[in-house]
Design a protein around this ligand. Structure first.
Ligand code: CA
Length: 521
């Protein structure tokens, strides 16, 4: 009897695992050391790599729709874009629908979100929240909070980390397990690193991707009609903060940057701006003096872009380190599942591009690293085809909460335990919708297996098929190669099967020839 009373008291302390979900924006797996991409040699992510060494790295982790808001909506709901209603960044998320944070809260978790929501409207399902309006700003960002809008001084990555640390220390209900979402803006365009990272990589050239000068000769036409080339579309001023007027004298900054670049820079304090300019002025002067053209100009832009991108990544990496230390200091480490992921991949000069959107692997892939002490075996790899569609189900499963039948993914917990589920998907479904829009990547849907990928740009009725084993960079469309006819027919059947399974009957009409010609002058 006495024992039962004691046990009863202990049972009141809920020992279900805590969930710390660290999520960044546009962080491609190939910019993470643990993913062994072509940037590994510059050691971009020591803290994330340390997390990976203690947990499991999902090597075939994909999004369903490669763009910021939609990826987040899929994670909230465990449903594809056409089911959760957030198909492109112009949509507004219906917060009244079922989301995993609401379900976790109902199951007894205390929840919070800090940073980029990108779903518009006030977040629901959280005991506390502070989110950036829209994309938010890198320096001294405004945050929308339950008490209204507040400006917080500092670099956005640090601001978000500080809010999370503060909640872990003091904000959360201590007798409940927690689910904390730390959602960084970095390394999203336009890439403004913290001042302490400006000198990172200053004295070295970053390696270039093999496909920096790809001209998409053997891809279907959409690859040639996009607007995301470092060469033709990346702005020296807006994207790279190059002073447009040579010989800058340190005064009257505003006229020297275009409006959009200035919108970001004017948020800096005078001290921050001074340090920023001290760093870039000599570099900008040297750039103007060199008078670069053609390939050497592309190479220069790539270096400035990729360095600033990786500097923003380093801020996120330090945040991961800080959060891990905080868990340790608070004695929470052993019972907290830590997840690192980002909303999609990104082109870091791959194919000559920046940005995302395509179903090509560089932007289709998402990093996914999970450490669950006592459950995940340190340093393991997983090659199953997993998606952000699975996150909500996984979080609910970790919390031992019920997974609603209308969610469309599946829990990854068996993989975390080192098990191989009897049946797991052999293909993933993808659908991108935002067109015509910035960067001009046409709508497409497709299917990917471990080896093959079939994509259809349906508005133009154009198809692509890739053999990823023989052509991992997806340089040669094999759709018209008779050697692949059987495989292509199989993939078409699989695509239709997936569209039926996920109940995707969204509009996939071919545009009139007149409209097609307007879009591709
Ligand atoms: Ca993104």
């Amino acid at each position: 009897m006495v024992l039962a009373v004691f046990l009863g008291q202990f049972a009141n302390a809920d020992d279900r695992p805590n969930i710390l979900f660290i999520f960044s924006d546009d962080h491609a797996p190939h910019a993470i050391g643990a993913y062994d991409g072509w940037l590994k040699s510059v050691d971009p992510t020591p803290s994330i790599d340390a997390l990976a060494a203690q947990g499991i790295v999902f090597r075939n982790s994909f999004c369903t729709n490669s763009i910021c808001g939609p990826s987040r909506a899929v994670i909230q709901t465990g449903k594809h874009s056409h089911k959760n209603g957030f198909m492109n960044n112009g949509n507004s998320f219906d917060w009244n629908q079922q989301t995993f944070p609401k379900l976790l809260r109902k199951a007894g978790y205390t929840t919070a979100i800090y940073g980029k929501s990108h779903l518009k409207g006030e977040p629901q399902g959280y005991d506390d929240w502070k989110v950036l309006p829209g994309q938010g700003l890198y320096y001294n960002p405004d945050m929308i909070t339950p008490e209204g809008r507040k400006r917080i001084e500092g670099h956005c990555t640090d601001v978000v980390t500080d809010l999370a640390v503060q909640w872990l220390k003091q904000g959360r209900e201590q007798d409940k397990p927690f689910m904390l979402m730390v959602q960084h803006k970095a390394p999203h365009r336009n890439w403004m690193p913290a001042l302490r990272h400006l000198n990172l990589y200053a004295d070295q050239d970053l390696p270039e991707p093999n496909t920096l000068f790809d001209k998409w000769h053997d891809n279907a036409p959409p690859a040639r009609y996009q607007e995301l080339e470092i060469d033709r579309h990346m702005h020296l001023n807006f994207d790279l903060f190059v002073d447009l007027v040579p010989g800058f004298d340190g005064n009257a900054l505003q006229g020297r940057y275009d409006k959009s670049a200035w919108r970001n820079m004017q948020r800096m304090t005078p001290t921050q701006l001074k340090r920023w300019r001290e760093h870039y002025k000599p570099l900008d002067d040297a750039f103007h003096a060199a008078n670069l053209t053609a390939d050497s100009l592309v190479r220069w832009k790539y270096q400035r872009y990729a360095k600033n991108y990786l500097r923003c990544v380093r801020g996120v990496d330090e945040s991961v380190g800080t959060l891990m230390e905080t868990l340790e200091d608070l004695g929470l480490s052993d019972n907290t599942v830590v997840i690192y992921s980002s909303d999609q991949g990104f082109y870091i000069g791959d194919h000559g591009w920046y940005d995302k959107r395509w179903m090509y692997d560089e932007s289709l892939k998402m990093p996914l690293i999970v450490k669950w002490p006592g459950v995940t075996k340190p340093g393991t790899d997983n090659n199953a085809l997993v998606q952000n569609l699975d996150y909500a189900e996984t979080f609910l499963d970790i919390a031992n909460a019920e997974i609603p039948a209308d969610m469309q993914g599946a829990s990854l917990v068996p993989f975390l335990k080192g098990e191989s589920p009897d049946s797991w998907r052999e293909s993933i479904y993808y659908h991108y919708y935002e067109y015509p829009s910035v960067h001009m990547v046409p709508r497409h849907y497709g299917v990917r297996t471990q080896r093959y990928k079939l994509m259809r740009f349906y508005q133009f009725d154009e198809w692509e098929f890739y053999d990823l084993q023989n052509d991992p960079d997806e340089l040669t469309n094999q759709y018209n190669n008779p050697d692949y006819a059987d495989e292509i027919a199989k993939m078409k059947r699989e695509l239709e099967r997936l569209r039926t399974q996920y109940d995707d009957d969204s509009d996939v009409a071919v545009l009139t020839e007149e409209r097609q010609a307007e879009l591709r002058p």
